[in-house]
Design a protein around this ligand. Structure first.
Ligand SMILES: Nc1ncnc2c1ncn2[C@@H]1O[C@H](COP(=O)(O)OP(=O)(O)OP(=O)(O)O)[C@@H](O)[C@H]1O
Length: 327
């Protein structure tokens, strides 16, 4: 399969002006400014195939937005190579911009005071989309996102979820092949989150688009991404299957036991996470799971036993707690 995105030893360093407190320092800084370097992205490399949806994960300040902005041509890299669909994004060539899009949940791109429908016209002009093609795509997207007549209301009167849906329509009217989605579901309620997720999946299927998605909602990542790239302090920590991430970083498993005698104490078998009327959840080291399960089955009267991996959220948290090391 052909790769639509190739990133090679990408680095981004910001120069941040630094000033000590006090009037003297303020006056001094007018003449001689001191700068501090912030290494937001440190030598990351990866590739993404056509049609692939990849979750791009990392804690706050890890360098996700900086990377996506470089990939979308909004920021210059300090060094390293980026190739998106055969182009270098920092050159901002029209041929590339017509094939990519970036959606940021934290930032509005639609005009506030006019209906989204009118902003869509502006997009048509910017991307020089032929009239027939534009109408077809616009109506298809309105339909997929259940927006109906809401696109005729001024954007300021839409709910957050409706606004985000309108943002998506606007960002996809030119039918991009590569989507950079930065927290597209942030702040949305569960129903709107699910709708956006289903929409991204449908668009990906229909147009074989490559998608890079950052989200703090693991439900988004689990529903959409087979593969995840995890960065921390600007460095790549993990690149591979979501299942492999669980395998690699989950140090614990949860054994769920239903006791015949609800008053029995199981603390000698593991850390008790919850206990409700004989329904006990035990946290045990992954390597000891088999041995503890055997002991429980032999030594305790139980009517049911399950073994589960911890929730993906808690695994990710665990990953972030570890020191960054390049894999
Ligand atoms: N324009 C800028 N000037 C200086 N430093 C910046 C700039 N943009 C980002 N940074 C710094 O670079 C680092 C990475 O920021 P970035 O926004 O890429 O992180 P992130 O992973 O997207 O985090 P979040 O999940 O909070 O959005 C942070 O330390 C941030 O303060």
């Amino acid at each position: 399969m052909s790769q639509t995105i190739k990133v090679d030893t990408l680095i981004k360093t910001f120069q941040v002006p630094e000033r000590e407190a006090g009037l003297k320092a303020a006056v001094g800084s007018l003449f001689k400014r001191k700068y501090r370097e912030v290494e937001a992205v440190k030598k990351i490399s990866f590739g993404i195939d056509a049609g692939e949806i990849v979750g791009f994960l990392g804690p706050n300040g890890a360098g996700k937005t900086t990377t996506l902005k470089m990939l979308a041509g909004l920021l210059f890299p300090t060094s390293g190579q980026i190739d998106v669909l055969g182009y270098e994004p920092q050159r901002r060539e029209k041929e590339l911009l017509r094939q990519i899009t970036i959606v940021m949940g934290q930032r509005n791109q639609l005009m506030w005071d006019i209906p989204a429908l009118d902003s869509f016209e502006l997009q048509r002009a910017i991307y020089q989309i032929p009239e027939g093609e534009f109408r077809r795509m616009r109506d298809e997207l309105i339909d997929l996102l259940n927006m109906g007549d809401l696109v005729k209301k001024p954007v300021r009167n839409l709910s957050l979820g409706e606004r985000m849906k309108a943002e998506f329509i606007s960002a996809l009217l030119h039918r991009p092949k590569v989507l950079f989605l930065d927290e597209p579901t942030i702040g949305l309620d569960v129903t709107a989150q699910r709708l956006i997720r289903e929409f991204v999946a449908a668009y990906n299927q229909r147009y074989q688009a490559s998608v890079m998605l950052t989200s703090h909602y693991m439900a988004d990542v689990q529903a959409l991404c087979k593969r995840v790239i995890v960065i921390h302090h600007g460095q790549l920590l993990y690149d591979g299957g979501l299942a492999g991430l669980v395998e690699k970083f989950a140090a614990y498993k949860t054994i769920g036991v239903t006791l015949n005698d609800p008053d029995l104490d199981l603390s000698e078998y593991g850390e008790i996470i919850s206990n409700s009327k004989g329904q006990v959840n035990l946290r045990v080291p992954k390597s000891a799971t088999a041995q503890i399960t055997t002991r429980l089955l032999n030594e305790v009267a139980i009517s049911d036993l399950t073994i589960e991996d911890p929730a993906i959220d808690s695994i990710i948290e665990q990953v972030f707690q570890q020191e960054a090391q390049v894999v």
